[in-house]
Design a protein around this ligand. Structure first.
Ligand code: UDP
Length: 322
């Protein structure tokens, strides 16, 4: 198969490209390297089934050239990372809304299947145990930049579903829950690689707030398997799937786990949110996926637990240098 991966030089996209090339597929990546990096795909450049296009998904004419020649599109290009979104509000809205609209419009013109990546941020402040795809979204004020991301991605989902229902475009939506793993950088938030790096350098582990907020972390390799299964299934078309590992951990527990697994002498430091995120910031307390739907449709279930994820990242950082 021939795939276009938008955002393919990012952390998830580059892992997906590597995986699909391994299966014998042909891959074209488009990425503007705003948060992705050429380092992530440097090794793939030698492969004759791989092509990298340095450009933005806001550039419709380049999409018009790339999309007709592929069979399907993994749309991963997005402004991501809480800190990036807060610091680049306008760019984030443009890329996450206009960019997705461009992809869907041109995919429709050439009738290409699209997998849209969305996010668990969709659920906002809904703290319910085991969030289902049909659960309510609970959001804060528009004066708080963080909620922009949730709304932009929700608009992507509405658009994708409208294209499916009204125009019969084959689309599928996945909501990711804190994907992490080797190669992820901690520059824009991304707490796991950030804590591991701090621990390996024996620096303070910086916990924002009281650390009682929790998250569920998913290994990037599990996420990619989910993408592959969902893309390959006709039954999944027009559907939304949570993709996550339901193992919940508080940020305080995460910090302790990282210190233990790295044998670090790092100390834990609690930093008020205002100091790092500014006065206008709200965090979500928890975000736990219900994954019954994807299991039922594809048999997928996350296989890597949090310890495995942390150990994989530690090994990677020790090998490549912190
Ligand atoms: N966090 C933290 N210290 C850091 C980076 C993040 O305590 O150096 C917290 C952050 O406030 C959030 C959680 O870790 O509660 C997960 O943050 P991340 O940016 O990885 O993802 P999010 O789930 O917020 O999108």
């Amino acid at each position: 198969m021939k795939y276009l991966i938008t955002g393919g030089a990012g952390f998830i996209g580059s892992n997906l490209a590597r995986y699909l090339l391994g299966l014998g597929d042909n891959i074209t990546v488009i990425d503007d390297l705003s948060t992705g990096s050429f380092e992530n795909i440097k090794d793939l450049e030698k492969n004759k089934h791989f092509k990298f296009v340095l450009d933005s998904i806001l550039n419709k004419s380049v999409l018009e050239k790339l999309i007709p020649s592929v069979d399907a599109i993994f749309h991963l290009a997005a402004a991501v990372g809480v800190e990036y979104i807060i610091n680049n509000p306008l760019r984030s809205i443009e890329v996450n809304v206009q960019g997705t609209e461009n992809i869907l419009k041109i995919a429709h013109k050439y009738q290409k299947k699209v997998l849209i990546t969305s996010t668990s941020e969709i659920y906002g402040k809904n703290e319910k145990d085991s969030l289902k795809e049909t659960d309510d979204r609970i959001l804060g004020s528009t004066t708080i930049n963080r909620w922009s991301y949730s709304n932009n991605k929700a608009l992507d989902e509405f658009l994708a579903l409208a294209y499916f229902n009204e125009k019969k475009l084959p689309v599928v939506i996945v909501r990711l829950f804190n994907t992490t793993g080797p190669g992820q950088v901690g520059d824009y938030g991304m707490v796991v690689p950030r804590f591991i790096k701090q621990a390996l350098l024996n620096r303070n582990i910086t916990i924002y707030g009281d650390g009682e907020q929790s998250r569920c972390f998913t290994h990037v390799h599990d996420v990619i398997k989910a993408f592959d299964l969902i893309m390959g299934s006709k039954k999944c078309l027009g559907e939304i799937f949570n993709v996550g590992n339901p193992e919940e951990v508080s940020i305080n527990e995460l910090a302790k786990k990282v210190i233990r697994l790295t044998n670090s002498t790092s100390k834990i430091e609690h930093i008020p949110y205002e100091k790092v995120m500014g006065a206008n910031f709200e965090d979500m307390k928890r975000r736990v996926p219900n994954v019954e739907k994807i299991q039922e449709f594809t048999g997928w279930k996350a296989s890597a637990d949090l310890d495995t994820i942390i150990i994989d990242i530690i090994d990677y950082l020790r090998k490549t240098g912190v």
